[in-house]
Design a protein around this ligand. Structure first.
Ligand SMILES: Nc1ncnc2c1ncn2[C@@H]1O[C@H](COP(=O)(O)OP(=O)(O)O)[C@@H](O)[C@H]1O
Ligand SMILES: [Mg+2]
Length: 306
């Protein structure tokens, strides 16, 4: 079976001459079926541009892509794909149920099934009590929910969500997270654009970090989030030679001989650091091991690539 998303050398240059912006630079990426891929990056990194190229809203300057084994723009693949744009504008004169029905019709879902599916989706996105309200009257959060509703109306195998929680309050964010987790259980492939690390950490199986149009990290969330271990240490009277031993052992030491964060490769080395300190006769005040957090990996990847 081909991958859900295959991208090769995808590049987008906006504008001409001195106005030229290379928004996405030779992006290579493969996302397997059933993965929830978190596409992380600061504002302006090129996330929206990437998804818009995949959705054929804008055309790549060069490179190519396949979705569900079909070239970009293929209609038979499009029927099995859902998309929530970052900035969308809906027909505000429609009622919520009419709006979803309209989108279901665009996907060619037959009338009987449509009624059923519209009711299901209103329930899923928590708008069943607003079914008969006009979209004009909706709050930002409700708009975001109905947007997600139209994106899943066709029960897509592959779903693109561009910053789906940007307009939501913490409760709304949690609902969207839960929804993504449900889709993940069902085996839906999700491509999630986000600048929110916690959201990606809680929902995704894989992440890619984009900075200034370049993919700077990509991989399974486990392998990215737990490759190194950090230990926060506070200590009194650490001899200089012991400090030197720690520096030799560690891949990184931040701080000084009283208060430091030591980064090592594995669990065994965490223990070694503890032993060295104990054997030196110094007084250990604090020793708190933790795995490197996504936020640190994110910031580190961005800094290294800048
Ligand atoms: N239509 C456009 N014309 C010119 N530049 C654009 C256009 N859309 C986006 N850009 C530029 O491309 C870069 C990437 O933007 P975008 O894809 O929106 O990033 P992100 O979604 O990661 O915040 C930014 O520098 C942005 O200013
Ligand atoms: Mg964007």
């Amino acid at each position: 079976m081909p991958a859900a998303i295959e991208i090769e050398g995808l590049t987008k240059v906006y504008g001409y001459g001195s106005d030229e912006v290379e928004a996405v630079k030779a992006l290579d990426l493969t996302v397997g079926h059933g993965e929830v891929f978190g596409f992380l990056g600061p504002n302006g990194a090129g996330k929206t541009t990437t998804v818009q190229m995949l959705m054929q809203i804008i055309f790549p300057t060069s490179g190519k892509g396949m979705l569900l084994g079909k070239p970009l723009g293929d209609i038979s693949a499009r029927e099995r794909i859902g998309y929530l744009p970052e900035l969308f504008q809906f027909h505000t004169f429609l009622r919520a149920d009419e709006f979803l029905d309209f989108h279901a019709r665009l996907y060619g879902i037959p009338a009987g099934r449509r009624r059923q599916r519209v009711a299901e989706v209103l329930e899923i996105v928590g708008l069943n009590e607003n079914a008969k309200s006009r979209i004009r009257t909706f709050s930002k959060g409700m708009l975001q929910r109905i947007g997600i509703g139209q994106a899943i109306i066709n029960e897509p195998e592959l779903l693109f969500l561009d910053e789906p929680t940007s307009a939501l309050d913490p409760m709304g964010r949690r609902d969207v997270r839960d929804l993504i987790l449900k889709l993940r259980e069902k085996g839906t492939t999700v491509f999630l654009n986000s600048h929110l690390l916690s959201e990606v950490e809680m929902t995704c199986t894989q992440i890619g970090i984009l900075n200034m149009g370049r993919l700077v990290r990509v991989g399974d969330i486990q392998s990215l989030v737990q490759p190194t271990h950090c230990v926060d240490i506070r200590v009194e009277g650490l001899p200089p030679e012991t400090m030197a031993d720690i520096r030799n052992l560690a891949s990184k030491v931040d701080g000084d001989e009283k208060e430091m964060t030591v980064t090592v490769e594995n669990e065994a080395e965490v223990e070694k650091v503890a032993r060295i300190i104990m054997e030196s006769g110094a007084q250990l005040r604090e020793f708190t091991p933790r795995s490197q957090e996504l936020e640190e990996i994110f910031l580190q990847s961005i800094e290294e690539s800048d």
